[in-house]
Design a binder for this molecule. Structure first.
Ligand code: AMP
Length: 466
């Protein structure tokens, strides 16, 4: 039997293919039948272009239902789907083209789907095994060359099934989808849950407050990055009544501040469900649907995921093994070998710990670890102290070169305050070497498309502070 991911997803489509898949802001709807037909025509069109199993099909487009039709068509044709952020510049895209050598490059999704309109939809998908690659996701790569994580049909299927079960998706759900679809979060995590349950998606090109508030009225589940939640909370129109019928608010891709979690609960009476994942493994841990969701914890490893802390320490780099872990980095065997242990665990690069109850707590990226005067400082520990101070909305703690200490702890803070008094207050709560030597106030922190604070940008910006 073919293990093409497309077949698993299509098996979840509603029996009544007239049911809506995309609910658009202008009131228009696109049915599951339309999605299936278009995906079949795109697949036929790709085959007619000479695309063979394993060929890469790259796509750099704005978010649209047609982009999803193409994603599914590429799977169906047995090719490898390679999504690219529309914000990438031509010279960035040039790197991906040279590295991945796509057979087809799509830069106009509606045009491509229209161009395939004359084809008879392909009936059966091209057979694939679980180990065959379904997609290559280039990591955002803040240092060095961006790496293409190869995810197999089996890995994506396993994660989709695990999440569909863990988050209890059903045909009566409606998913609010405001995420980009060039990244695992919006592309795999969100959409696969919708397809497996055959439920509609309130389809928003991006997060826009008014549309999201409208969309919530029609939805039961929202998936977002932390900035979605802070923006909702800034909007007085986001009330307890607005959220009352929502089954789940799910959050990930970057750490959710405990203050956001608390404020959200105070406003709505609901606890955000935080989960943890990455391009190389899709979702790794999740807080429970039933049972306590704790602020600051990313929950428990999903069924089938083995998680341990490297080096046998209490806090250290998280290592994982399981069915959804990527196969290898595209054409980088050495890099791949470096990031797996001898017994097959992937070294995530995230630092964290697992408590006695099995919950996972993340304290940052290993490469963000600061070594000041020979002592290790985990930025998260310092950030938590600063975030509690009056006048601080959010903080990002980095290490910058220092003539005496090698690296010194510097805090970049959204908010206002008296620097010396705050440093003194931090020293009352933290060992002296952990307390920031400087606190710099800003209006906003640099973030990538998924809302992650770009600490590498901050390190460059403040490299000369001492
Ligand atoms: P990406 O591959 O771009 O999805 O980035 C993955 C990284 O995002 C992970 O390795 C973590 O550092 C971070 N991340 C994702 N979800 C969370 C979370 N809930 N809490 C903290 N960090 C997260």
């Amino acid at each position: 039997m073919s293990e093409n991911l497309y077949d698993l997803l299509a098996a979840g489509f509603p029996a009544d293919r007239g049911k809506s898949c995309f609910l658009l802001s202008d009131g228009a709807e696109i049915s599951y039948g339309d999605l299936e037909g278009a995906a079949g025509r795109v697949a036929a069109g790709l085959l007619a272009m000479g695309v063979e199993p394993g060929d890469r099909v790259a796509m750099q487009v704005e978010k649209s239902p047609q982009a999803v039709m193409i994603y599914l068509g590429v799977l169906k044709a047995g090719a490898i789907f390679l999504p690219l952020n529309p914000a990438y510049t031509p010279s960035e895209v040039d790197y991906f083209r040279r590295d991945a050598e796509p057979k087809v490059f799509i830069d106009d999704a509606p045009g491509f789907v229209a161009g395939a309109a004359g084809f008879e939809p392909m009936a059966a998908s091209v057979p694939r095994t679980a180990a065959d690659i379904a997609s290559i996701i280039y990591t955002s790569g803040t240092t060095g060359r961006s790496k293409g994580a190869m995810l197999s049909h089996g890995a994506l299927a396993a994660n989709a099934l695990a999440l569909h079960a863990a988050w209890e998706f059903s045909p009566s759900d409606v998913l609010l989808h405001a995420l980009p679809i060039f990244h695992v979060h919006g592309l795999f995590v969100a959409m696969h849950c919708a397809f497996l349950s055959g439920c509609p998606m309130v389809w928003l090109p991006k997060f826009a407050d008014a549309e999201v508030l409208d969309g919530l009225a029609r939805s039961t589940v929202m998936m977002g990055v932390p900035t979605f939640y802070t923006r909702l909370l800034e909007n007085p129109g986001f009330t307890r009544e607005r959220a009352a019928h929502m089954r789940l608010f799910i959050c990930g891709s970057a750490p959710l501040l405990p203050s956001t979690f608390a404020e959200f609960e105070a406003r709505t009476g609901l606890r955000i469900l935080e989960r943890y994942g990455m391009s190389e493994a899709v979702i790794i841990t999740s807080n429970p649907v039933h049972g306590d969701r704790l602020a600051g914890s990313v929950g428990y490893p999903l069924p089938g995921v083995e998680l341990r802390i490297g080096g046998g320490e209490k806090t250290g780099v998280i290592e994982i093994r399981g069915p959804s872990v990527f196969s290898a980095y595209w054409r980088m065997p050495e890099k791949t070998a470096e990031e797996f242990t001898a017994d097959g665990f992937f070294i995530t690069g995230d630092v964290g710990r697992e408590d006695a109850d099995g919950r996972v707590w993340i304290s940052g990226r290993a490469k963000d670890l600061i070594i000041s005067g020979g002592y290790n400082v985990y930025p998260k520990e310092v950030e938590l102290v600063l975030d509690e101070m009056a006048g601080v909305t959010e903080s990002a703690v980095i290490g910058v070169p220092h003539p005496d200490f090698g690296e010194a702890v510097v805090a970049v803070v959204i908010g206002q305050g008296d620097e010396a008094a705050m440093i003194a207050a931090a020293r009352r709560q933290l060992a002296a070497y952990k307390a920031p030597k400087r606190i710099l106030f800003v209006d906003e922190l640099p973030r990538n498309a998924m809302g992650k604070v770009q600490k590498n940008v901050l390190r460059d910006r403040y490299a000369g502070v001492f």
